[in-house]
Design a protein. Sequence first.
Length: 398
Amino acid sequence: MVGEKKPKPILVGLSGGIHSMVAAYLLRIQKKELYGAIIAATPEDMQEAGGTLFSCHQEDSRIAAVKKFCDHLHIPLTVLRPREEFQDMVLDPWVAARVSGVRPRLCQDCHQFRMQMLARQARLMNCGSFVTGHFAKVFKHPDGTVTVHSSNDTEMDQSGIVSALPFDVLSLLELPLSELQLKEVLKIAENFQLHLPPRPLAPGVCLASSVGATWLASQVPEALRHKGELQDAHTTSRLGTHQGFFEFEIGQTVPVSQDKSLLVVGHDENHLMLDSESCWRDRGVQVTQCHWGQGEDHSTPLRGFIHHGGGVLDQEVLIYPKTLGGAYVELVGEGEEPFVEGLPLVVFKRRGKNAKVLLNGVMGPVLREWPSSKIETAEDEELELEGDDHKIDKDFNF
């Protein structure tokens, strides 16, 4: 009709996976005007081993497959190579965390980085929105607020990591798979004959191979290696030595004998502390780096649920807001303690599908009592501090 504005085009973020390709197909069937973008951010000096270092590494063959797919749908494709930004926003903070003995945010930082790159590209191309293949729901309200809800697939749900995105990204984001389940997406892919080879690395294990360890060691100056002992967190008995905090991650399992393994739970000076997994389980937990669902009253405790899949095992909790960046979350009633320091925590408004995200944050820190600790002085003397409390106030991130 005369006077109607032509809808702005949509940018499709193609990860090189089946889910984002199905999202593009569904929009193309609706005759939407689409542009495509794929992010190949692996630094130049890591290209040769990229497939063994990063789960999201885009090899030339995968980029070619995505281009063939876009050509078939008549979607112009842009290959983004923000390698310097990836180094600055993801790799450098990851190395710094490993050097200082805190839990890195590799996956979260990488996800935010990629989504911010897509949002920036959408604006540059004057697109009205950008889409991805996430399983989550984004609702944009008349008052300008944006809320994130769980998808129709409780097992595949990614609303937690989506809810941590900044408002300027969420306001542009659309998720075509939000009403679908994985089995439906795979069926669509089969019907359209969309096939891609599996990636060598699964998400969450980037830079975990021997090649990654070698690269990490090359990034750490000798002065920052903090060589020292592995200690039992309760008895401070010596369980081994380490060549630097960068060798370990908080939560990593370390074998200390033939039939016993402990977890890295923290550090004191140049000593890495090991403890059993049970030391990280409690009925309540402090949550830091909180992202709150919009429109909630923070003056009173909020009732919510932690989703374990399907709604059957979902556990009820109370959220006690402390500040905009922190809260205390307490389990209500009986049930398995779900709190493990250092991992992300997502609390929903109710059980089941299409539940609004109330809170997304990182579990920790807590006050843990260790019976004694060794502190090495400049003169290499060892002091025993009996009954000392050590607050682990580092940034425990997933």
